[in-house]
Design a protein around this ligand. Structure first.
Ligand SMILES: Nc1ncnc2c1ncn2[C@@H]1O[C@H](COP(=O)(O)OP(=O)(O)OP(=O)(O)O)[C@@H](O)[C@H]1O
Ligand SMILES: [Mg+2]
Length: 508
């Protein structure tokens, strides 16, 4: 029976018993520490912990953001995949939008849990971030923790995770914004990707597609089919021992759509473009470093490959035996494209453009080097119909000026860029097409004048050549200026126009 008189005695008894017990525990603990080796102690404590902890039916897979130095593909895929699994019960979400993004980006906030069901398996994804230690310079560590019933471990590993990887890639492809990499862009890669610190990128917002491109339908179909076939032939390339790459040489006068075709290819394939300015490369080793930092599923573009240099045969260049990496040579470029670079990457497309195919080095033209040669020619009546539909919304050929325009086009060399400029002059189809007719007539009579002048000077080869050279230069300059403005306006390339390739490129 509890009585206030015996309480102090029982409390003091309790305290002395506790003191004796605590003293014994400490003694035993220090003796154990002295006598039992550390390994055995830790083994015993794990065993005791295991015995007294109730068995959990669940297993948790930890998916870190990085695998060593590289990113963890499962993490990246999960990040994208889980965006589609956000439910109304999710309490916190991360929302963002850069000026170039069209829609909001949504992501799971740290600490949030998202559930998924796959083949009747319940899966719980937790997004966990740990702050860096006080004295650590590393950033926040992020990971996903995927928990599910242990009995489904094999199903999850063999089927669910591959499903997440596949869906992640599909969603990424659907959402993908094509990027234009240039070595002159500021290094502002929004996706935080590491591109060797050498390429800067902007989003490619070039509107060119195969639908808007004014090309002969057959040529267009040939190009699209070729690209499709290339994409689907991974196993074929492996079987025949060839690197999975495809080279295109686009040649034709300025303003015939070479750059527009490259943009259309990138938009169609959703491949990023690496626009390589050879002037920014000083040596073969520099070139190797730059090319090795490009990624798969991309288009490497070298525009105006012939530009401002005398094309000469490699033998004349005399760099065959130089073997030097201290300067940039054509053979260095070609060897690298044929060799190391192409075999260490997949789904690579290389495009060279030129206004003067006839001036190209034989090494560039030899069979097997550039797989497809595409002649981008002057505007044809079929190409004109596409432009008329794009610019003026004319879908049929009923316009009263159509026949006249087609007739003039057949006898006049006019580029799609020139036609496009005329069609942009007015939103009124009649006014724009009349302007085009006048322009074509002017061009036609100018061409006739040149022809008759040339005929009058037969025999005077020097003067004739001089005139042709001057005319050609005038046309080229006109287009350089026009293209500069167009490109700047459309953001195709930040720096463009003719470039001076170092003289020693051809081993001079
Ligand atoms: N085939 C075409 N289809 C549609 N538009 C075209 C085509 N060719 C030219 N254009 C128009 O003319 C502009 C200039 O064309 P583009 O820059 O593609 O020519 P290019 O052949 O690359 O010229 P350059 O040899 O000077 O680099 C384009 O922005 C586009 O508006
Ligand atoms: Mg171009």
């Amino acid at each position: 029976m509890f009585s206030p008189t015996n309480m102090p005695q029982s409390v003091s008894t309790l305290f002395s018993a506790y003191a004796a017990f605590a003293g014994s525990v400490m003694l035993i603990r220090s003796m154990a520490n002295e006598l039992i080796p550390y390994e055995l102690r830790s083994y015993l404590s794990t065993a005791i912990h295991y015995l007294f902890t109730p068995l959990s039916p669940n297993i948790t897979l930890v998916i870190d953001e990085h695998c060593g130095m590289s990113r963890n593909q499962v993490y990246d895929a999960a990040e994208i995949y889980l965006k589609t699994k956000i439910s109304p019960s999710t309490e916190r979400l991360k929302i963002g939008k850069t000026p170039r993004q069209r829609t909001f980006s949504v992501a799971i906030e740290k600490g949030e849990v998202v559930t998924d069901v796959y083949e009747n398996i319940k899966l719980k994804w937790a997004f966990v971030c740990t702050e860096p230690q006080n004295n650590s310079h590393s950033g926040e560590k992020k990971r996903f923790e995927l928990s599910f019933n242990k009995k489904y471990k094999e199903k999850v590993m063999d089927r669910y995770l591959p499903h997440v990887l596949k869906r992640g890639k599909e969603i990424k492809d659907e959402e993908k914004v094509v990027k234009l990499y240039n070595r002159e862009c500021p290094f502002n890669d929004e996706d935080g990707g590491d591109h060797g610190g050498m390429w800067g990128s902007i989003n490619l917002e070039h509107p060119s597609t195969f639908d808007t491109l004014a090309l002969d339908p057959e040529l267009k179909k040939m190009i699209v089919d070729d690209l499709k076939r290339f994409l689907g032939r991974k196993e074929f390339y492996k079987k025949v021992g060839k690197a999975w790459k495809r080279g295109y040489l686009l040649y034709g006068p300025p303003g015939t759509g070479k750059s527009s075709l490259i943009a259309a290819m990138a938009n169609y394939l959703k491949f990023d473009i690496y626009d390589l300015e050879l002037t920014s490369i000083y040596s073969n080793s520099d070139l190797r470093r730059v090319l090795l930092s490009t990624t798969n599923r991309s288009i490497l573009v070298i525009e105006d490959i012939d530009c401002n240099m005398e094309m000469r045969d490699r033998q004349q260049g005399g760099d065959e035996y130089d073997g030097s990496n201290s300067r940039l040579t054509l053979s260095g470029l070609l060897n690298f494209i044929d060799g190391l670079w192409s075999s260490c990457g997949d789904e690579r497309i290389i495009v060279f453009t030129t206004n003067h195919k006839d001036r190209l080095d034989a090494a560039l033209l030899r069979p097997g080097r550039m797989d497809v040669h595409i002649n981008m020619s002057y505007c044809t009546p079929q190409a004109f119909s596409i432009l008329a539909s794009n610019y003026l919304g004319i879908r049929d050929k009923n316009h009263y000026l159509y026949d006249e325009i087609e007739g003039l086009m057949e006898s006049t060399n006019v580029t799609p860029a020139e036609v496009a400029e005329e069609l942009m002059a007015s939103e009124n189809a009649d006014v724009a097409l009349e302007g085009l007719v006048n322009f074509l007539k002017r061009k036609h009579s100018e061409a006739n004048e040149v022809k008759s002048e040339e005929n009058g000077k037969v025999g005077d080869e020097g003067a004739k050549k001089l005139k042709t050279d001057v005319d050609e230069k005038k046309i080229v300059n006109k287009f350089i200026n026009r293209n500069r403005i167009l490109r700047a306006a459309r953001g195709v390339r930040r720096n463009c126009g003719r470039r001076m390739i170092p003289q020693n490129f051809f081993g001079i």
